[in-house]
Structure formats: C-alpha cells, structure tokens
Design a protein around this ligand. Structure first.
Ligand SMILES: [Fe+2]
Length: 166
C-alpha cells in the first residue's frame, strides 16, 4: 500500500474510532483518544504484516513517536485531571503499563529490521500497546462520569494543544 493511501486509510479508521466512541456516549477527549488508538492499531498491524525491512523501518519511524506523543500528552492532560488522578486503577494503567511499554522500545530498536528478533520484539510491543489501549477504553465512560461531558470537551482542546507542541 502506498504511504498516501495508508495515511488516508489510517485517518478513516481514526474517524471510525471516533464515531464508535461517540455512539457509546463519549465526548471530547475520549473519542479523540479512541481514534488515536485505532490509527495506531492500524499502523502496527501493517508493520506486523510486512517482512520488508524498509517498510518496517518507515512504519516504526511513525509508530514510536506516535505512541510516545500520545502517552505523554494523555499523562499531562487526562491523567493529571484531579478526579482522574485519584481514581482507583489509574496508576496501574498509566504508570505500570506504560513503563512496560517503554521497556519494550529498546529491544525493538536494537534488533535489525530484517531479523526474527525484530518481529518477536515488535509483536510483544504491539500486544502490550493494544492491551493497554483496551484497558484504557474500558474506563473511558467511568472517567467521563467523573469529570463530566463539558470538561471532556475542554480537555480535547487542551490535549490538541499539547499534541501540536510535542
Ligand atoms: Fe491511550
């Protein structure tokens, strides 16, 4: 797939994620984050499917900063929100799980793109990111109840500003 088509598909998948989230009653920052999870899942799925080292390198050059930016911005915007910061289970989600994800960056980066080692390390990274995203999404409704729909909409703007500055 050409990278232009790939980006178009990724954006369409992202919009679909946002739509799914809005059907479930989520607003503002929550559909935005769900859409990013779906875009990321698609990029990782493409990297998993290709055995072309150059394609893997190109995709990894997008995936790594995407995950880092998403997690960093989420942390300073969503998880810093007082009622969410003290919410039970958030530390597991946003401290322990993300630390495990960061620990998997190195093995992926150290393996040559054409190696079986890269494939195995990338798969571990991908699985953990997907599990983390599902855990998070399972708590979005509860988080929205805690902060309210109005605040969820405000936080989307704050999140986007963070993303543009990152
Ligand atoms: Fe997330």
């Amino acid at each position: 797939m050409s990278s232009i088509i790939e980006e178009t598909v990724a954006k369409a998948v992202g919009r679909w994620g946002a739509l799914k989230a809005s059907i479930s009653g989520l607003e503002g920052i929550f559909p935005r984050l769900a859409a990013e999870h779906d875009e990321l899942a698609l990029l990782m799925g493409r990297a998993e499917m290709t055995s072309d080292p150059q394609k893997r390198a190109e995709l990894w050059a997008k995936i790594k900063p995407f995950v880092q930016r998403h997690e960093r911005c989420e942390k300073v915007v969503l998880y810093a929100e007082p009622s969410i910061a003290t919410f039970e289970g958030v530390d597991d989600l946003h401290v322990e799980e993300t630390e495990r994800i960061w620990a998997l960056l190195e093995p992926v980066e150290q393996a040559p793109f054409e190696s079986a080692q890269w494939e195995a390390s990338f798969k571990q990274f991908q699985d953990l990111v997907l599990i983390h995203a599902r855990h998070e999404e399972a708590l979005f409704i509860r988080m929205q109840e805690l902060i309210g729909a109005q605040r969820a909409r405000e936080l989307e703007d704050v999140y986007l500003k963070q993303v543009f500055q990152a």
